[in-house]
Design a protein around this ligand. Structure first.
Ligand code: SF4
Length: 281
């Protein structure tokens, strides 16, 4: 690692060998949980044996409504060197359809090293908030096949309010453009081997934001896959203290239809009433 962390656009100027940055993590990778044969991502990402889901601790955003708050801010998990993680992935990869690196951005330099230690045999997914720098997307694309990226907000004010990030849209839009430029979609049957999926979680009371995000997708990425998610669950700490209601989700889907964005996924709203992630359809 360079003396000051450059893993993300926060540019904390932090020496992570001694301190933690905004992301709440020091240099060594910390993994909160690993789920084998995970099937809850979009269907093209977890065919066959499901994906090997690796949840990293910490995050470079501070979303008020974070859906994984114990992991993103809890400082929980086991420390992994690049060698230790490479061993684990090497052992597991043949029985999984892909490797899903979930919220990995703040460990970019460690992951670059990890993937230099062995030959990967299945697609690697960079499952990100979208808050990435264009330069880093170039680096990441050398060992990653699929960008599974959020596009959370249509404006920086909302990003500041909910994610403590005053330049989210300014930074993430060019980063996603770079992802799309570098990774054309390549399928083998139903399985995505390379490409980009843009995700958007609809927030209760903020359908206007979702509609504007879809407008941005139509303007900038009209042919790429978009996944519109209904699974919002209040985390018990944040300002948003109720689930999405069906009318809100329907309004967003009607706009999706109006824009003619047909490439992608929506969720089965009925199952959002239970504690499970609603399935993608
Ligand atoms: S990865 Fe963490 S320490 Fe590095 S710039 Fe981002 S928030 Fe700061």
């Amino acid at each position: 690692m360079k003396k000051f962390c450059e893993n993300c656009p926060r540019h904390c100027k932090c020496n992570r060998t001694r301190n933690m940055g905004f992301c709440g993590e020091q240099q060594t990778m910390r993994i909160a949980k690993i789920i084998k044969h995970f099937k809850w991502e979009e269907p093209c990402l977890c065919t066959d044996g499901g994906t090997l889901a690796i949840f990293f601790s910490g995050c470079n955003l501070k979303c008020d409504y974070c859906q994984n708050i114990d992991i993103s801010r809890g400082g929980v998990g086991e420390l992994y060197s690049p060698e230790k993680l490479a061993e684990l992935i090497k052992k597991e990869q043949e029985t999984h359809s892909s490797i899903d690196l979930i919220t990995p951005t703040h460990f970019l330099d460690q992951l670059e090293k990890t993937f230099s230690l062995f030959d990967k045999k299945v697609p690697v997914i960079w499952n990100t908030s979208g808050y990435e720098s264009v330069e880093n997307i170039e680096k990441i694309s050398k060992f990653v096949d699929i960008f599974l990226t959020d596009l959370k907000y249509s404006n920086n004010d909302l990003a500041l309010k909910f994610s403590k990030c005053s330049d989210y849209l300014t930074v993430s839009l060019p980063a996603i453009k770079k992802m799309c430029e570098l990774k054309k979609d390549v399928f083998e049957g139903e399985k995505l081997k390379q490409g980009v999926v843009i995700r958007h979680l609809v927030l209760p009371n903020f359908t206007k934001n979702s509609i504007e995000v879809l407008d941005l997708v139509k303007e900038h990425f009209p042919n790429r896959m978009i996944s519109v998610m209904s699974q919002f669950t209040p985390n018990g700490h944040g300002l948003l203290n109720r689930k999405l209601n069906p009318i809100e989700y329907k309004a967003v889907l009607l706009h999706l239809e109006k824009l003619g964005l047909k490439n992608g996924f929506i969720q089965d709203f009925e199952s959002a009433d239970c504690d499970f992630v609603p399935k993608f359809i």
